[in-house]
Design a protein around this ligand. Structure first.
Ligand SMILES: Nc1nc2c(ncn2[C@@H]2O[C@H](COP(=O)(O)OP(=O)(O)O)[C@@H](O)[C@H]2O)c(=O)[nH]1
Ligand SMILES: [Mg+2]
Length: 248
């Protein structure tokens, strides 16, 4: 689970693992966030047992982000233990919840090392797209671009999950879905809703975005109501069963 802070990664880890259990699948959860204060699930594997974030901050007089980077670096030193712990769980699905601050994981060497180690198992990245940050053409373009950047950095087959479906106004959701399915609709909206350089840039990247939209399956989910869990599961298992995760 990857996405910007507050996009719903931890909530989805909790909800999806519940859904899997209800559907008689064996599942385990991994918390990779050293700074998580409370989690909406009981992780089977927890990096907080490998590293003490608060202590890191106090001992080395670090700010919260520097302490997080240092903590993830510590975790990387133990990555082989982490992988063997996962292996020993012997379950069908392992849900990995990543740190709140996306960039500290997705755009740093440490994150890539963890991902590389996890890739020994068939792996799929679920990118959580916060609808609150995607409801205008420009924000939508910017969000998809961020998802693509994460894909380029971590090199994992990606499913885009638009989160918090239960609190997204219907018309906003309909608009986002229209942009995903029709390049023309997206371009028309871009041209009518923005102007100048913003319009030109958004329109240019809309061409690329449309191809990206076709590359990544898009599902809409709610961790509150469990809506879309079946679709998310379908998209993930399709990638695994088609062996697409092996694409490098
Ligand atoms: N209504 C609603 N709220 C959600 C949903 N998923 C997450 N949230 C809320 O969004 C906030 C951030 O969620 P969290 O899972 O901690 O995000 P994370 O930082 O990506 O792990 C919390 O207040 C959650 O209760 C959802 O599907 N529906
Ligand atoms: Mg979280």
């Amino acid at each position: 689970m990857v996405g910007t802070a507050g996009s719903g990664k931890s909530s989805l880890t909790a909800a999806y693992s519940e859904w899997l259990k209800q559907n008689e699948q064996s599942v385990a959860t991994v918390n990779l966030d050293p700074a998580a204060a409370v989690l909406p699930y009981e992780p089977d594997i927890d990096v907080r047992e490998y590293v003490d974030y608060e202590r890191m901050m106090l001992m080395h007089s670090l700010g919260p982000n520097a302490a997080l980077i240092a903590s993830i670096r510590e975790v990387v030193r133990e990555v082989e233990d982490l992988v063997s712990e996962i292996n020993d769980l012997n379950v069908d699905f392992v849900l990995v919840d990543t740190p709140g601050q996306l960039e500290l994981f997705a755009f740093r060497k440490e994150g890539r090392i963890v991902v590389k180690a996890l890739r020994r198992f068939p792996s799929v990245l679920t990118y959580l797209l916060d609808p609150a940050a995607s409801h205008t053409t420009r924000l939508f373009a910017s969000s998809l671009f961020l998802a693509t950047s994460v894909y380029l950095s971590l090199n994992l087959q990606t499913v885009i999950a638009i989160s918090k479906l239960d609190i997204v106004p219907r018309r906003v959701l309909a608009r986002i879905k229209r942009w995903i399915t029709s390049q023309e609709a997206l371009e028309v909206d871009i041209e009518s809703r923005s102007q100048g350089m913003q319009m030109l840039i958004t329109r240019d990247i809309a061409h690329i975005l449309h191809d990206i939209g076709r590359t990544f399956p898009v599902v809409t989910i709610s961790s509150k109501t469990m809506d879309g869990m079946g679709e998310l599961h379908g998209a993930i298992t399709r990638i695994v069963s088609e062996g697409e995760y092996e694409l490098r």
